[in-house]
Design a protein around this ligand. Structure first.
Ligand SMILES: NC(=O)c1ccc[n+]([C@@H]2O[C@H](COP(=O)([O-])OP(=O)(O)OC[C@H]3O[C@@H](n4cnc5c(N)ncnc54)[C@H](OP(=O)(O)O)[C@@H]3O)[C@@H](O)[C@H]2O)c1
Length: 242
């Protein structure tokens, strides 16, 4: 099998996902850009392709099992394996708020996309990931999912009252660790990437970091060598406590 890598990035139509896709493609990987809206992500893929990058847009709604299944079937037919999966798609649902106030349906929406969607995509693609030599899985995390930071009253993270986002991303961290454990003894490494506060639709346009800066840590973890970490969360300055 050649050294050429096939990567899939979920939620690649904008923000950090789009930059992860760009950076992986700049490393020479063939990158599949997923989005709920095929037209939107086709426009992004066209722009990246104009820069000479090898990219393809695919319809992939992480909340829709049929969409996930169709995407996996397409990857199998087209490429027969998947070397890199970056689970980037996530939401902060409208109405996300404190524990004392949050509506059940808002909490449910966060878990649907950020946990159940992530697990659904990963499960469906795992057979293709197992077929790739030395595959890498990266799940996007956040300081708002860090027990260490959220429990520290001196940290800004302790003041943010978005239970849906924080708790679903903390659950996604557990998915990362448990999948890494399940895959110990294989050559597949599974890690979480904290991009820091980046200027995107989700992060707010006045955030201090660019989406491209935030993407770099995910790209690093997606390309670590065989003796690289597994079951860890990293930011671009190194390993973080959970
Ligand atoms: N920005 C920050 O400061 C920051 C900080 C820490 C962590 N993060 C994490 O970094 C990742 C990217 O964040 P971002 O700031 O780039 O967010 P964003 O600008 O809101 O982009 C989110 C992406 O997710 C996609 N998405 C949402 N629901 C989806 C679904 N059901 N199926 C497929 N795709 C879906 C959206 O694409 P479509 O609408 O086209 O489907 C979009 O491309 C997220 O996991 C986020 O939690 C961000």
């Amino acid at each position: 099998m050649s050294n050429h890598k096939i990567a899939l990035v979920t939620g690649a139509s904008r923000g950090i996902g789009r930059e992860i896709a760009r950076q992986l493609a700049e490393l020479g990987q063939t990158v599949l850009l997923g989005s709920r809206d095929l037209g939107r992500v086709q426009a992004v893929a066209k722009e990246l392709a104009e820069d000479g990058l090898d990219v393809t847009a695919i319809q992939l709604d992480v909340n829709d099992p049929e969409s996930i299944r169709a995407a996996a079937k397409w990857v199998e037919a087209e490429h027969g394996r998947l070397d890199v999966l970056v689970n980037n798609a996530a939401i902060i649902p409208e109405g996300d708020t404190a524990v004392s106030e949050i509506a059940a349906n808002v909490l449910r929406q966060a878990f649907e996309t950020n946990v159940i969607g992530l697990v659904g995509v990963t499960q469906e693609l795992l057979p293709l990931i197992r077929k790739a030599p030395g595959a890498r899985i990266v799940n996007l995390s956040t300081s708002l999912a860090s027990f260490t930071q959220v429990a520290d009253p001196a940290s800004r993270m302790s003041t943010v009252r978005t239970l849906g986002y924080n708790s679903s991303k903390a659950a996604a961290n557990m998915v990362t660790v448990m999948l890494a454990n399940e895959l110990r003894g294989t050559d597949i490494l599974v890690n979480a990437a904290d991009p820091g506060n980046c200027a995107t639709e989700m992060g707010g346009w006045d955030a201090p970091r660019t989406a491209s800066q935030g993407a770099a840590v995910a790209v690093h973890l997606a390309t670590v060598p065989a003796d690289g970490p597994t079951a860890e969360v990293h930011t671009d300055t190194g390993r973080l406590p959970w």
